[in-house]
Write a new protein. Structure first.
Length: 299
């Protein structure tokens, strides 16, 4: 039974990532994604938050909390991997700038592929990281579907308009299904870390990371929420690739799985609360004001 559930969870991840990327591409243009990233100050703050401040937070936490070596390694892995495929869905829930969310996700994902192989061996001596192993899954599952969606939207507007709601709804269903499966499959892992300080350490990690991104997100509410969510939601896929290849300690993978669940629950709740407090419809792009532009609306 567990094997079946794990297979369904893997399939749910694939369906969620591919359909959410297609949905984003079908609703946006390349210029809408790139325009928010022309703000050099905002991009610089995003990079500093994700690749400097968050790893510092992780190091402070592993020094303060009584964690095992494997648990400490897991948190460090989470701190170094950014650019999560869940970000656009979180931004949609929070009614933030979808275009900035997708642009930020791609930016962080590309930097992660270069950053992790260079920095992680310095933080964790003995670790060997093949950037191709990280890049291959991210490119195939995220960048290619996003590119396909962008091409269809640019060339076949009516097709994109009809497909986008289907892809968006499919990704939402897959995310709900995945959340339930993660709770079921990781129940023993959750129980095993209760009372060890791990859950509190991960909660502090997520909350502080969100706060750092939110504060550095600029004056606009829709970019602040994107920066907060983008900084707190780490790239679990990249972290799992590195963890599975380099560590035999089961505590490492346990932390990554529990961390993934913690981030999903906390940030979905946070995004929903931000969205409820917003009186504005979801913004698909900065400075794109053509009345013919389609708006991505939450289901």
């Amino acid at each position: 039974m567990a094997v079946v559930l794990e297979s369904l969870a893997t399939l749910s991840v694939l369906v969620f990532v591919v359909t959410s990327m297609l949905a984003m591409g079908l609703s946006l243009s390349v210029s809408q994604i790139l325009d928010p990233l022309r703000n050099a100050s905002l991009v610089g703050k995003a990079l500093a938050a994700n690749f400097v401040l968050v790893p510092i937070v992780a190091y402070i936490l592993v020094a303060v909390f009584p964690l095992t070596q494997g648990q400490s390694i897991g948190i460090i892995l989470l701190a170094t991997a950014a650019g999560a495929p869940f970000l656009p869905k979180l931004v949609e829930v929070a009614k933030g700038s979808i275009a900035f969310g997708v642009g930020l996700m791609v930016l962080l994902m590309v930097v992660t592929v270069v950053y992790v192989p260079l920095v992680l061996p310095l933080l964790l001596p003995g670790v060997e990281v093949n950037p191709l192993d990280i890049a291959s899954s991210l490119v195939v599952l995220m960048l290619i579907p996003l590119a396909i969606g962008l091409v269809v939207n640019a060339r076949y507007d009516s097709v994109a308009a009809s497909l986008q709601p289907v892809m968006s709804q499919t990704s939402t269903v897959a995310l709900v299904f995945l959340s339930v499966l993660m709770l079921v499959l990781n129940f023993d892992n959750l129980v095993s870390v209760i009372g060890t300080g791990v859950l509190l350490a991960l909660l502090v990690f997520v909350v502080v990371s969100f706060a750092l991104g939110y504060v550095l997100g600029g004056p606009k509410a829709d970019t602040k929420s994107v920066m907060g969510l983008g900084t707190a939601q780490r790239n679990i896929s990249a972290a799992l690739v590195v963890g599975a290849q380099n560590f035999q300690d089961p505590d490492v993978l346990t932390i990554l799985l529990v961390g993934a669940l913690m981030m999903l629950v906390v940030l979905m709740v946070a995004g929903g609360e931000i969205g409820r407090r917003s009186d504005l419809p979801i913004d698909i792009g900065e400075g794109v004001g053509d009345s013919s532009d389609r708006q991505v609306v939450p289901e």
